[in-house]
Design a protein around this ligand. Sequence first.
Ligand SMILES: [Zn+2]
Length: 492
Amino acid sequence: MKNLLTLIIIGFIMTVSVKAQEVRFSQDLYNTYEQYRENGIQHKRFKRSDIEPLIEKVKRNKFFNVKTLGHSAEGREIDLITAGKGKTKVLLWSQMHGDESTATMALFDIFNFLSASDSLDPFRKELLSRLTLCFIPMLNPDGAERFQRRNALDIDINRDAVRLQSPESVILKGVRDSLKADFGFNLHDQSTRHSAGKSFKVASLSFLAPPVDYERSVNPVRERAMKVIVNMHDRLSAFIPGHMAKYPDDFEPRAFGDNMQRWGTSTILIESGGWHTDYEKQFLRKMNYIGILSSIFSIATGSYDGLSIEDYYKIPDNADFIFDLLLRNLTLNVKDSTFKADLGVNRFEAAAGNKPYFHGLIEDVGDLSTFFGFEDYDCSSMEAFPGKADPTVYKDLDEVKSLNFLELLKKGVTAIRVRKEALKGRYSFFPLNLIGVDENGNPGQPEGEFKPGAPANLVIYQNGTARFAVVNGFIYDLKTMSNNVYNGLILQ
Ligand SMILES: [Zn+2]
């Protein structure tokens, strides 16, 4: 009896000390991140040719083994980078969807971390002696080239796990089968506007231990993945409390995550979501770095095994309660009617070449009191009118540049007319939309509307004075003109 008690106490102390060690590790990762951050990647729209020199750097480092697994449909290389000699095999693949690049950035930070030598060596030693880590950064280089979800065959690789028609799918399945990986990390990005359950907090990271059948059964393979997620959620709660959720667990028989789990690899899906002002996903890159390293440390020590899957179910589900901009309690003036409503506005990313710009659209109108906005304004006692076009036709952009934008916005103008031949492209760096006009006539500004799907162009008045303007979904404070986004559209 006494011996049993002693064993229980020793077990308890060991559990506590492993946890303390894990907490310290993730905190150290947070504090020292800048030392390891791969500065060769600074924004999310990089391509295979941009990571080529980084892969070369990894190749020169005898610490890693780099092998070309094969080529994408358009002939771009797909590499496997291996580190460590441990018994437990962990396979991590990123950017199966070409426009989901956050984790790829984190993987290059992780390579820098793993090959360094400093006071964190005891953690590295633990990781690399117990695990064999196999990374595929950027599984879909053709999609990354275009910053699009699908590959060059226009196939969604994540619906090709069974039919295996894309070379990228064949490569991933082949690696899984030859390694018989114990754990898999399936690294994606999701919408930046999911919320963590009903909270007014954005889901910055969402996790899933994909199901193995329609009944969402929990077999031992899936159970391990759930426990690793519980550990990751605990560790990251120190940095983004309340900002994590669970991805929907509908079974998708064609997806890689679900099939990996069926094939016997405990698979953890990480979806990078939104973080206000982190448009280039650099903060979420850091959270991926900490989340992945903390998780594999827990796999190395085996600590995840003591966690409860009940805590997995307690993580809130992904939900949709967020707008980029929410204007509450506005009095809207539309044609002959006046009524009170909230306006939810979202901005959708598009690209002209490599440069992103946005289309701001009204997403919803009415009682939106159950939602919240990244930018959230109470407009009680304010009224809104659709934006107008200035009647003058300007010759060129030099004339436009010399205008007093603030004065125009204060007059309720959200668009100006410019000779068509002076306009190029789809967007401008002005806080106004530009309408192209040819010599045959004047197309006029389409009447601004307050309805879902309409462009978000309006001016908001308080006591008869223009207080805010919304142009292409971006809000300008007309007292301070503090917003300097300046992303107007060119309308031809
Ligand atoms: Zn994805």
